[in-house]
Design a protein around this ligand. Structure first.
Ligand code: PBG
Length: 294
């Protein structure tokens, strides 16, 4: 279950573009996680809402061991030790320009500087108790750098869920509303993949596998099932699919209009991921699906 966590106490702010989803404060998130566990959901992926005053060009808040993500991980692991906690490793919630990487003065994304930052960020998450760190940034070489940083500090059991084939997609819209993280300028096409390119996914997946990824992921989901099926044929690693915010919002919006049956379309979507080869699915509909499948 992807979930949004925000500063403060005792608040759950509904996300308009993701009906049924909230930006929870840590205490509320723990309550939600307990309910999800009863439904059989055993893993959560955390995405932090960073207050605007903490967003900077050097994304330093991403490295703060007392920051929202490490604090949430510690709280969750102590309240619900059984739950698998996945953290997002990317700079977009922390940069003032909204990009996933550090930027040069002339507006280019700095790959290697970003990778060094991400490796330190992953280590902060591992130290807080994250089970899996999930680089969603798409810089080159980040999986290897993160593996080395984790192993170097003894975190040999912290796994890496690699967003291997992440496309520069317009389906991420509601997520960016939820985090207020839309890039101020430009787009993410210099680091995320070209939706027209299928073969590049194979190369990205091979590199991530070789660099030490434990799970590979394809994102977005339904429009990219060919990519998922392709990787299923080529890797023996577990494969994940991300049923992203825009896909989920479409199901909700059309069903609110009475044009489709949400429950059946949700289950059919998840079935299609499974058919194409997904072992795991990240979906905002996880709780709904779990209830339907009982
Ligand atoms: C950014 C990130 C994004 C999502 C997960 N991590 C958005 C983006 O790349 O702009 C999107 C998830 C969704 O749409 O549900 N690191």
């Amino acid at each position: 279950m992807p979930c949004f966590v925000q500063e403060g106490e005792n608040q759950s702010t509904p996300i308009e573009a993701l009906p049924g989803c909230f930006r929870h404060t840590i205490d509320r998130l723990i309550e939600a996680v307990r309910q999800w566990q009863e439904l059989g959901i055993r893993a959560v992926a955390l995405f932090p809402v960073t207050p605007p005053e903490l967003k900077t060009s050097d994304a330093r808040a991403a490295l703060d061991p007392q920051g929202l993500v490490p604090t949430t991980v510690r709280a969750l692991k102590s309240a619900c030790p059984e739950v698998l906690v996945i953290t997002d490793v990317a700079l977009d919630p922390f940069t003032d320009h909204g990009h996933d990487g550090l930027m040069s003065t002339d507006g280019r994304i700095l790959n290697d500087e970003t990778v060094a930052h991400l490796a330190r960020m992953a280590l902060v998450h591992a130290q807080a108790g994250a089970d899996l760190v999930a680089p969603s940034d798409m810089m080159d070489g980040r999986v290897g750098a993160i593996r080395e940083a984790l192993d170097g500090q003894g975190f040999i059991d912290t796994g890496i869920l690699a967003y291997s084939a992440k496309y520069a997609s317009a389906f991420y819209g509601p997520f960016r509303f939820a985090l207020d993280s839309a890039p101020g300028q430009g787009d993410k096409k210099t680091y995320q993949m070209d939706p027209a390119n299928r073969r590049e996914a194979r190369r990205e997946a091979e590199l991530d596998e070789w660099e030490g990824a434990d799970i590979l992921m394809v994102k977005p989901g339904l429009p990219y099932l060919d990519v998922l099926a392709d990787l299923r044929e080529r890797t023996s690693l577990p494969l994940a699919a991300y049923h992203v915010s825009g896909e989920f919002a479409m199901l909700k919006a059309a069903s609110e209009k009475g044009w489709i049956d949400y429950d059946r379309c949700l289950l059919e979507s998840l079935l299609a991921f499974r058919r194409a080869g997904a072992d795991f699915i990240l979906t905002y509909g996880a709780a709904d699906a779990a209830k339907l499948l009982r």
